[in-house]
Write a protein that binds this ligand. Structure first.
Ligand code: ATP
Length: 256
């Protein structure tokens, strides 16, 4: 079943068409990747799904309900969470605080409850901390929980961003180049995390990534954009051997 349905979306910035009539489905529980050369329109595509930009035309549905016209915070409430190409953590806050901030978007507690120190509030906070710890354990960041986010290695910051995005309990998580800037060891670790996190956290993964080894290893479905248009989609084998994709993006050397 498709959790996300995108139909004929187009985005124009003045005279430039960044996305043109893109149609695709993201199947629930499957890892889907969007690939393509720089400037192909991948981030614009994510920005439309998350309400940062409104499409010039077309339809986007989550669980059969339209997301058109919703602001980013409203899209987030519907169950879509994301990470960014450039890391956006609260650098002065600790690792666990970064995750707790993510969780607070769906806790029932309000500020009054915190000031009055109500039992319900305390219980909810304690549960949130436990859950945050469990998340950090999964990302192997639990030993760093009191460290300032700014002090983490680059790879650890990238993982923390994903952990924070998961803390909002999304149905669908969008990862924008999660492996960018990572060394091979970090990329390998991240590959394993992304591969298993769907089942672990009951979330569907849609990612943009340039690291083809990662993409080919974890994706069940791949969509290829070039100059704002979808030029191919299919499973890794179909994409790897598609002449159009090789010409536009992969190059003959990258096929093996
Ligand atoms: N806000 C904007 N205003 C004008 N043009 C934009 C805007 N955002 C993106 N573009 C243009 O749209 C095109 C697609 O950009 P986009 O960032 O979506 O590509 P991309 O595939 O994500 O590239 P990369 O892999 O380099 O991140 C580019 O030509 C870009 O300059």
């Amino acid at each position: 079943m498709a959790i996300l349905e995108v139909k004929d979306i187009t985005k124009q910035f003045g005279g430039l068409t960044a996305n043109k009539d893109i149609t695709m489905d993201v199947e629930e529980g499957k890892i889907t990747a969007v690939i393509g050369p720089n400037g192909a329109g991948k981030t614009t595509f994510f920005n439309m799904i998350t309400g940062v930009y409104q499409p010039t035309s077309g339809e986007i549905k989550l669980d059969g309900k339209s997301l058109i016209g919703l602001r980013p915070d409203e899209v987030a409430k519907k169950g879509i969470s994301r990470t960014f190409q450039n890391i956006r953590l609260f650098g002065e806050m600790s690792v666990i605080e970064n995750v707790l901030v993510g969780m607070h978007t769906h806790l029932k507690t309000n500020l009054l409850g915190i000031f009055l120190n109500l039992p319900f509030t305390k219980r909810e906070e304690a549960n949130a901390e436990k859950e945050a710890y469990r998340l950090l354990e999964y990302f192997d960041l639990h030993h760093l929980l009191n460290e300032k986010a700014n002090n983490l290695s680059y790879g650890a910051q990238r993982k923390l961003e994903i952990a924070r995005a998961l803390a909002t309990k999304p149905k669908l998580i969008l990862l924008d180049e999660p492996a960018a800037g990572m060394n091979p060891k970090e990329t390998k670790e991240l590959t394993d995390i992304i591969k298993t996190m769907g089942q672990q956290f009951n979330v569907t993964v849609l990612l943009i990534e340039h690291d083809m080894k990662l993409v080919m290893e974890i994706s069940e479905h791949i969509v290829v954009l070039d100059h704002g248009e979808k030029i191919a989609e299919g499973n890794p084998e179909q994409i790897r051997t598609n002449p159009k994709v090789i010409e536009a993006y992969l190059g003959s050397a990258a096929v093996h």
